[in-house]
Design a protein around this ligand. Structure first.
Ligand code: ANZ
Length: 850
């Protein structure tokens, strides 16, 4: 359980209805007023200011689907608290917002409702922007970036042409989802349970020529860089590491009987080579047909390959998947011992990993073990446990995969298996039969989409010059607007002759324009840089401005983007760096991955029918309550369980703070910033305690905000508010009590400013504060008062120090005496007997005489 659930925001007994109406907290009056003031004062607009430290706070921008949902409320509240807090700490804060505006839903809507994707998208943007503005988020709206605007994707096309010239963008065959009924390519999102989202037909795959970004060229750097991302959650770093999937091993060549072309395998266990008894090829391996022909088993092999093609890729590699294969009839030769090895085709070998060929070692690898048992293939031991009699392959029930010593391995017999990995790789290398190598799971990034609503790939195919990049002065290649959406056949762009027919930029001969558009992940790979100079028309961004603002100091977004978006943005950053556009390696110094919003045990979503509409929430309680609840109900990285009572509690808490200020106008006669001028010694105990609590709370909220523990920060403010009510009841508001209360209430309002900015500004104004809290300094605490919260008291027995006890400062003398006498160390010396004399020096010393 978190701290925040232990502190009840408000005793349920107090009823706001008891107050006269004019004094009531009314977010409908407060919030629009302050939103207008902020906009008028342009308080969130920032420019480069070398005199101030910069802070770039960024939340992942939304897809303009139509309306914001509670997940948006949560992530944007988190980002806004950080931005507002850093502003109060004196940073020059860049906090922008924009729209990830290309993508399938707009096109699907066009097919269904006959509205143009652009119209649908811009309408949604307009509405969602008004929703975000109602939340009082502190964005510099001048910097709004919309990725479907030609002025944005122009620069993406510009970089594409550079990447093409450097070989970082290239075209090759790739697999796409294909609907045989609509005769169209489907995006992954359009495949629902293996069927076409539109017509329900079973989806098949097709090989199409596609564009790729060579992200694998950066595999090692993307992996290594993870070690330096100390501001990222460990779990995201681990997910990226696994996705890149580096394996160190060897490539080994096996001569094929009756062929001059050897087959290369990739293995992480060259030490097991002596136990390799057959070879397994991926069904898609280019040598399969030739070998089956040579082995006279063409029909069997072709039937098997066709069957595997229909199996899903994930299924093929799952551990419980039945291992299946077929013999090609051909043989190769083990380079270590000359053994003849049958060549098989197996469903669990994938073409896009390693070399698509595996040397099978049934005694060392579990899949090979099962495969060999099933098809009666030979088993030879090569690694066996150290210091034990060798295993007997006939009696093994599973493969032996741990390290051990080598047997049946010729010159390497008796060698430690770990040492043998290198030794065998070197032995092979010396004979031209292999070499040490590294393999990555990471694949090149397929960016081609056979869709309309995306940035066109800026290439023209010329009969003489092949693929020619569109020159800079012809960019952007603008997406034509007057197209027809049927959802069937080729992409709408391919049917548009006006678009397709284009002269070759090199020779002027009529060519054909590329009709593929780019994956929307390309736009989101660099938008953070565009915010630094959104209107810039001489490049992707103004380098000087980018130099001031970048990299992003704090990035915030859902963990569902832990791999692809964050990996692509890291890759793109390194590409931009290598083109001299930026001078850093990583785009996001710190990352916060917020949890989901849950209701009734399930993720809040339309499909679960448990959605709470942010508009309704704001209508009823106001944006400040919506923000406060989404920050209070859970730590940011955990899931947030929706609770109507929690929302009401947050509203009541704000009302309670409101009353503290408006019920005591006399406290504010001289404004909020009058210091506390009271004789500390003369303060009644509760008031001294309240002062300490005020300063301790400032310290705690500051520490918690630095650590993004928003929920415990809010809980601490709630506790302070409770203490203020108690002190006011006991001591009234006159004289010294008034000045201590004032100090406490002022602290509450200022500490609340990042969380509930509208009501905080309103109260600040009612207290006589100047302007808005946006630019007020963050409150500071008196370290002496914070330390004094607890004191260390020395306990002497007969004049000698025997123990030390910690007690709340200013504890009553009786409490101190009792605690000292009960201390275990003290009792050793008093023998538990009643003392002759006890002297208490407050907050310092207890002297016991026995
Ligand atoms: C022989 C061997 C013996 C292997 C042994 C393992 C254990 P990781 O660690 O994931 O990189 N392999 C290689 N390419 C493959 C492909 N395209 N599809 C399926 N499996 C493939 O795995 C590397 C190991 O996976 C390689 O090492 C190879 O099997 C298999 F006792 O080679 B090994």
């Amino acid at each position: 359980m978190t701290d925040s659930t232990r502190v009840s925001p408000e005793p349920a007994t107090e009823s706001p209805a008891a107050r006269p109406r004019a004094d009531r907290y009314d977010p409908k009056a407060v919030e629009p007023k302050w939103q207008a003031r902020w906009a008028q004062g342009r308080v969130f607009e920032v420019d480069e200011d070398p005199a101030k430290p910069k802070y770039y706070c960024l939340e992942m921008f939304p897809y303009p689907s139509g309306r914001i949902h509670m997940g948006h409320v949560r992530v944007y509240s988190i980002g806004d608290v950080i931005a507002r807090y850093k502003r109060m700490r004196g940073f020059n804060v860049l906090h922008p917002m924009g729209w990830d505006a290309f993508g399938m839903p707009a096109e699907n809507a066009a097919i269904k409702n006959k509205t143009h994707p652009a119209e649908w998208t811009y309408k949604n943007i307009g509405y969602m922007k008004s929703q975000l503005q109602r939340m009082g988020l502190s964005y510099d709206w001048r910097r709004e970036v919309t990725t479907c605007a030609p002025e944005y994707y122009r620069w993406e096309q510009w970089l594409f042409t550079r990447m093409f010239q450097k070989g970082l963008a290239y075209k090759r065959l790739g697999t796409v989802n294909w609907c045989p009924v609509d005769e169209t390519v489907l995006a992954n999102e359009q495949v629902e349970g293996g069927r076409c989202w539109r017509c329900g037909a079973e989806v098949t795959t097709r090989e199409l020529s596609q564009w790729f970004f060579r992200i694998t060229a950066y595999a090692e750097e993307l992996l290594e860089g993870l070690d330096r991302l100390t501001g990222w959650p460990e779990r995201v770093v681990t997910m990226q590491r696994n996705w890149i999937g580096k394996s160190v091993g060897a490539e080994i060549e096996f001569d094929v009987e009756g062929s001059s072309e050897p087959i290369r395998v990739f293995t992480t266990r060259p030490d097991t080579l002596g136990g390799a008894t057959f070879m397994s090829l991926a069904p898609e391996h280019p040598r399969v047909a030739e070998l089956a022909k040579q082995g006279g088993r063409e029909a069997e092999v072709a039937a098997f390959v066709e069957k595997v093609r229909r199996q899903e890729r994930i299924r093929r590699t799952a551990e419980d998947q039945e291992k299946e294969g077929v013999f090609t009839g051909a043989y190769c030769v083990n380079p270590l011992n000359g053994r003849r090895m049958p060549i098989w085709v197996a469903n669990f070998v994938l073409m896009d990993y390693g070399t698509g060929a595996v040397m099978a070692v049934p005694t060392g690898d579990q899949r090979d073990f099962e495969f060999a048992r099933k098809y009666g293939l030979p088993m030879v031991l090569s690694v066996t446990p150290k210091g034990e009699p060798p295993l007997d392959p006939a009696k093994m029930t599973e493969a032996y995969t741990a390290p051990g010593v080598l047997v049946n391995s010729g010159p390497f017999d008796g060698m430690d298996s770990e040492a043998a990995k290198d030794a065998i790789a070197e032995w092979l290398a010396a004979r031209g039969k292999g070499r040490k190598t590294v393999s990555y799971r990471l694949r090149d990034w397929g960016i081609s989409r056979q869709r309309y609503w995306g940035a066109p790939v800026p290439i023209i195919y010329c009969p003489d010059h092949g693929a020619v990049p569109v020159p800079d002065d012809q960019l952007p290649v603008v997406l034509p607007e007057d197209v027809e959406f049927t959802g069937t056949g080729a992409s709408p762009l391919a049917k548009l002759e006006r678009f397709v027919n284009a002269p070759c930029p090199t020779c002027g001969k009529m060519g054909r324009r590329e009709t593929d558009t780019m994956d929307t992940f390309v736009e989101s790979s660099w938008y953070f840089a565009r915010y630094t100079s959104p209107g810039y028309d001489r490049g992707m961004f103004d380098r000087l401005k980018a130099k001031y603002w970048l990299p992003v100091d704090q990035y915030i977004g859902g963990v569902e983007h832990a791999i692809l978006h964050l990996l692509y943005a890291r890759f793109y950053t390194k590409v931009m760096r290598d083109f001299g556009l930026v001078d850093f390696d990583e785009p996001f110094t710190n990352l916060l991955s917020q949890g989901m919003v849950i209701k009734d045990g399930a993720k809040m979503s339309k499909s679960h029918g448990n959605v709470v509409d942010p508009d309704a929430l704001i209508d009823q309680y106001g944006a400040d309550t919506a923000r406060l609840f989404s920050l209070f109900a859970a730590p940011p990285e955990k899931d947030l369980e929706w609770s109507d009572q929690g929302v009401q509690g947050c509203f009541r808490f704000i009302s309670r703070v409101w009353r503290l200020v408006v019920e005591e106008p006399d406290l504010w006669r001289d404004g909020p910033e009058v210091g506390v001028s009271v004789d500390r010694e003369a303060l009644p105990r509760e008031l001294a305690a309240l002062r300490r609590k005020t300063h301790a709370t400032i310290k705690k909220v500051t520490d918690d905000l630095d650590g993004f523990r928003f929920n415990t920060a809010i809980a601490a403010i709630m506790e302070l508010v409770n203490a203020i009510y108690l002190a006011r009841e006991a001591h009234g508001t006159a004289g010294a009590a008034g000045s201590v209360l004032r100090e406490a209430i002022v602290a509450v309002v200022r500490l609340l400013a990042p969380f509930v900015p509208h009501v905080a500004d309103e109260l600040w104004e009612r207290m006589g504060g100047r302007e808005t809290l946006v630019f007020q300094n963050w409150p500071t605490f008196d370290p002496a008062l914070v330390q004094a919260d607890e004191v260390l008291i020395v306990v002497q027995v007969n004049g000698k120090v025997r123990s030390r006890i910690t007690l709340p400062a200013d504890s009553p003398e009786d409490d101190v005496r009792a605690a000292a006498l009960a201390d275990a160390r003290v009792r050793e010396f008093t023998g538990g007997k009643p003392p002759r004399k006890v002297v208490v020096v407050p907050n310092k010393l207890v002297s016991i005489v026995v």
